[in-house]
Structures are given as C-alpha cells and as structure tokens.
Ligand binder design. Structure first.
Ligand code: PLP
Length: 362
C-alpha cells in the first residue's frame, strides 16, 4: 500500500526514501524469519552481525573506501565529533587549522578551543557566510595536526566547490549534510564524519571514516568511549551501538545502490538543485543570498523580497503538501533541504507552488 505523503523539506532529521520506510515496516515485527524486530536483537547475535557488516560493505562500495580506512558506526552526533577530533588528534603543543564558513564550522571551532591551540585558516564571516573561500585565502600552518572544514554548511546553504589541498596534513571534513550526495575521493581525506539524520538515515547514528594512521593517537587518560582506537578495535561494538539506526542506514545504502550509486545520485541531485535555483533566480520575488559559485546542492535557503509574505508562504506551502520550509531560526526566510531521498517530483511541486504563490501574492 503506497499512500500519498507530503514532501518533507526538513534539514534534519530529514526525509527518508519511501521504499526504505515500507521495507522497514514490512520487517518490523519479524526480520527475515528471525522472529524479532531488529530493535530487539542482540548486537552480538548472528542476525545483527550480518546486518552490520552488510551495511558497512555497501557503504564501502558506494564511496569506494580504501582498505586502509576504518568505518565506525557511533553515537553522539556530529557534535560529539567536534570534541573527539581534537581530543584524539590535537597533541599538547600542537596546532590544528580550522576553516570558518558558517554555523557548524563555528561550533567545531568552539569545541576545539577547549582542547588545544587552533588557527583559523580563514573565515568568510564578513560575507555573513554566503560564500566559500578561494583556495588562496587559506593560511595553513605547516605541520598542523590536521585541517578541519565543513564542505556543506547546512544552515547557510554554502558548499565548497573544491576540496582544499593540504599536502601531508590530514584533511578532516564534517560531511553531515553532503556525504553520499555524490562520489568523493576518500583518499583526499584523513577523516570524514557525518551525523546520519541529514542524508543517511535516522538520528542517533554517526558515521566516521578514518584512515588507519589517525587511529591510536589519543592520550592515555582518554575515556574508552572517546577513543577512536577502542571503537575501531571492537568493530564499533565496544558498547551497544545504535542498532536500529544502523539497520535503517543499511537499507538506505541498498537503495542508493539500486538507484545506480553515487554517480547517478549526483546527476539527479544537481538537476534538482538547478531546477530550484533557476526558479529563485528567474524572479525578483525570490532571492538567494548565496554566491552562485558556492550554492549547496542539498540545502537551499531563499528569502521573499517582501518578508511579510513569509508566513502565508509557509502556511500555503504546508496546505499544498510541502512541509518544513521555514529557514533556520538564526537566518530566517526559507530553506528547502533536498537530500538524496527527496524525489524530483518534490522539487517540481515546490517550484510550481512558488510560481503560483508569486502569481497570486506578487
Ligand atoms: C546537523 C549538523 C551537525 C550537528 O549534528 P548532530 O548530529 O545534531 O550533532 C554538525 N555539522 C553539520 C554540517 C550539520 O549539518
């Protein structure tokens, strides 16, 4: 039974592929004749071990993750990684470079400052975070412990059009709202992390992809749960992992493979974003604050020239089956998040609604 659901443009927790939800529903009471819901299984039982390793191998296949990288399935969200990264990788007396491009960069910087010395390689704050820095704006520290950046700023809708070159210094990327939106070359990164609830699966799961040589650097007094080596050595099962979220993410990985993998997703995502930005640019009624060279494929903020129409826009959009379009409370306006699971029909419906709203209210 397929019901007609509205289109959910939430930034996160966000839309999931409908067929994944249907499969989870069908398997809810009795996963593969196990007699159990996945949420009821021992994480060390053979059923869940199979689910877990299948999810990892599908993710490795999708992203082309080399063998010298570990994949960790953790809890605590990307926000925990903001602290764990410097706790594990910023040695006393060392320095790490941070690129400041928006709200999530700033959060990462704030946590790192509690742990050690950092250098701001550059900031785009003067633009109110509406652009990505050019490569020649980055002032990188020779021998830094690492360089941290946010390839896609979920709130501002700003995306790097390139991967910063950091030589032998490991590059660390908070890919919470962009991982799996397109192919990447994992070898360019030392460490990639993402909270799952944007483009991967449900909240409660955090994916870490870390090169072997960056594991095992935590000081001896680091609590076990905060030490990447403990999680790596135990296959992310040092303690009880977020089993149901891991399972659902695994269903999403299978779905992505069925769509043709990340090259196919990139084509679709680029098309969806172009459709929406075209609709914004075509009219003086709507406005995108973001530099066209750095516009996100995943999170599209836009404003109405007349902000008095914001409320009617949101009310009528909701009535038309277009949910969660309000912008982040810190920036206002609108934001449409169009992650992998948002079908092209959803973006088409939004664009049609925008034209109709302009016709009747403009
Ligand atoms: C949502 C988000 C976070 C915070 O994620 P939590 O899982 O809530 O901690 C961090 N970085 C980026 C880029 C995000 O989009």
């Amino acid at each position: 039974m397929t019901t007609t659901r509205p289109f959910n443009f939430s930034a996160g927790p966000a839309i999931l592929p409908e067929v994944v939800l249907e499969q989870a529903r069908d398997e809810l009471l009795n996963w593969h004749e196990s007699g159990m819901c996945v949420a009821e299984m021992s994480h060390r039982g053979k059923e869940f071990m199979h689910i877990a390793s299948q999810a990892e191998s599908d993710l490795r296949e999708l992203l082309g993750i080399p063998d010298n990288y570990k994949v960790l399935f953790l809890q605590g969200g990307a926000s925990s990684q903001f602290a764990l990264i410097p706790m594990n990788l910023l040695p006393p007396g060392g320095c790490a470079d941070y690129i400041n491009t928006g709200t999530w960069s700033q959060k990462a910087i704030g946590e790192a400052r509690r742990i050690g010395a950092i250098n701001i390689a550059t900031t785009t704050e003067e633009s109110r975070f509406t652009r990505a820095p050019a490569a020649n704006e980055l002032t990188l520290t020779p021998n830094a412990a690492y360089v941290h950046y946010t390839p896609n700023e979920t709130i501002e809708g700003v995306e790097f059009p390139y991967v910063p070159a950091t030589g032998n210094v490991p590059l660390i990327a908070d890919m919470s709202s962009t991982l799996l939106s397109r192919p990447i070359d994992v070898k360019q990164f030392g460490f990639i992390y993402a909270g799952a609830q944007k483009n991967i699966g449900p909240a409660g799961l955090t994916i870490v992809i870390v090169r072997d040589d960056l594991i095992g650097k935590a000081p001896a007094n680091t609590p076990a749960m905060f030490d990447y080596k403990v999680h790596a050595d135990n296959g992310s099962m040092y303690n009880t992992p977020p089993t149901y979220a891991w399972y659902l993410a695994g269903l999403v990985f299978k779905w992505l493979k069925d769509q043709g993998g990340l090259t196919a997703m990139a084509t679709i995502n680029q098309r969806k974003a172009a459709l929406l930005y075209d609709a914004i640019d075509r009219s003086d009624f709507y406005h995108s604050p973001v530099d066209p060279a750095a516009r996100s494929w995943m999170n599209v903020p836009f404003t109405l020239t007349n902000p008095a129409l914001d409320k009617p826009f949101l009310t009528q959009a909701k009535a038309a089956g277009l949910l969660a379009l309000q912008g982040h409370r810190s920036v206002g306006g609108m934001r449409a998040s169009i992650y992998n699971a948002m079908p092209e029909a959803g973006v088409n419906a939004l664009v049609q609604f925008m034209a109709e709203f302009e016709r009747t209210q403009g």
